[in-house]
Design a protein around this ligand. Sequence first.
Ligand code: FRU
Length: 505
Amino acid sequence: MSENKNTAPPFPRTPKTADAYIRENLKKRNDRYRPAYHAAVPLGWANDPNGSIWYNGRMHLFYQHNPYAPSWDLMHWGHMASSDFARWEDLPVALGPDMAYEALGGCFSGTALEKDGRLYLMYTATTEHQQQCLAVSDDGIHFEKHPANPVIPYTLVPEGFSDVDIRDPKLFEHEGRFYCLLGTKDVNGFGNILLFTSGDLLSWQAVGPLFTPDDPEADNYLSVTCVCECPDWRQLSGTELLLFSPERFPQEGTLYENAHCSVYMTGALDFETGRFSYRTMGEIDGGFDFYAPQSFSMPDGRSILIGWKEMWGRSFPTFEDGWVGSFTLPRELSVKDGQLIQNPVRELQALRANPVSFENVPLPAGSILSLPGIVGNSVELEAEIDMKGAKKAGLSVFAGTGHETEVYYDAEKGFLVFDRSSSGTVITGDEENTSVRSARVSLTDNRLHLHLFLDVSCLEVFAEDGKAVLTGNIYADPAADTGIFFYAEGGDAAITRIIKYDLAV
Ligand code: FRU
């Protein structure tokens, strides 16, 4: 798309104007890097997933959206839906910045809630303050902003907390009342989350902050000057899970290496005081491109997570193609021994086609091996590698024309490594290192279990049954870089099992 200049109409910007613009300009989009089965913005810019919900038999994904250019501007809520989690139908823009109380930043992130057959969106309206608002729909497509907006005006923010950075409502019902978590910081700049409650969605009162600065357990996490963006909370069997995205979270070795990261805590939320006592904490995705995830429940009780599959402050190779912004695969969540486990939503298995598999293939030290039919850049791979005596063993994917992306186990360090330094177009960012990410992974019986999803310009790596997940975008040559190789170094290894599927989308 040649013209990325600002073509946005003046404020107010309505969903109708946005839809007309997308319709007229969609054909200018360059699709060379478009993923086949990951959700991606149709045109312009997308960041955080918003209001993800299973509603009327489909997963609805709303998202932060600027339809008019592939860069951030006054925020709309884009909208798409899918019944199989892989084929996404674009729906009309749900919210546009068209109210005076949204005039400076537009409609920021939030959640959806179904109540009495109606769909409620709660979002942050941004002017010089951030205030929480509602929009309501009877068909799940067309939304009316509530006349009582803002339902949580900035004047309700308790003393000691910012009324400028207080955003991203996580709205949920618990034991007959409504609750809302808001990401914020205190007046000293330390990140926090505030709990609010309501009996009717319209009249709200503050309960209290989740973290208390004098809480010795919470010291580490409060000594960061940031906004704890996009809070999320849910009950899982045996524990509660708190998710949030602290800006500029300090790096700890190979953890939290991105400029901004997303973390989970297990523990318990006290609905009387707002205090969250946590037991464990970790990074949700150890890869390059992951932020602002949010979760929702399936009718069968499963908890599903989806994240923004990009990172603030990066170079975006699809900018010149007219679109920037895609999302991870929806993932099923569970917690085991205090650790978050994520696996691709099981419905994706229904799309598996053309399986090609091998068993017990020796991988001698120094070898680089390809296997007939194990090829492609839009495929799912399940691999089990017996590390035997190898110091390193793994795969090279998106390979060809001098490019490759490596996923390997470093047995000496006990790390799974995702290396995109020779992938193709180099991505720059606010961090020193935008090429290599690793996660500590312990193997059982010295065998590495990998579950990989390659999708034209991205790779999601699930390891050891979802104990570690690393996601990254890859800008190789989509036509030529379809090779998949296996290798071992410093000792022999063996591929005990490999299976490749295409995904029939
Ligand atoms: C997170 C975020 C949110 C905010 C939105 C604005 O990526 O900064 O806190 O609501 O993006 O687009």
